[in-house]
Design a protein around this ligand. Structure first.
Ligand SMILES: [Zn+2]
Length: 102
């Protein structure tokens, strides 16, 4: 579930909003998955019951502010978008977890 969002949302965004360099944009957006390397700092490394937002260093609100900044700068816009989409996908995950726990 989690990784299907990480893969499919970028595909949709690249096709809908970037008609010109779809492939390049798609690869950058997919690269956003790599901020999950911060999960390696946590124990256990993977816990499906855990919400990663505000838990891992690259998933905090401070990191989010940086990502928004990157998104607002023209040159780094796609990178910022990739990171924001990643956080969004993780947030959806947390929300689903929350619903399941009810
Ligand atoms: Zn993540």
């Amino acid at each position: 579930m989690h990784y299907s969002i990480h893969f499919l949302v970028p595909v949709a965004v690249a096709f809908l909003f970037f008609k010109k360099d779809q492939r390049k944009v798609l690869f950058i957006l997919w690269a956003g998955i790599f901020i999950d390397i911060d999960h390696l700092l946590a124990t256990p490394i993977f816990d499906p019951e855990r919400c990663s937002i505000d838990f891992h260093p690259l998933h905090t609100y401070w990191a989010l502010i940086v990502y928004v900044g990157l998104f607002l700068i023209r040159k780094t816009r796609v990178i910022g978008l990739a990171l924001l989409l990643h956080i969004l996908a993780d947030a959806i995950d947390c929300w689903l977890l929350f619903l399941e726990s009810k």
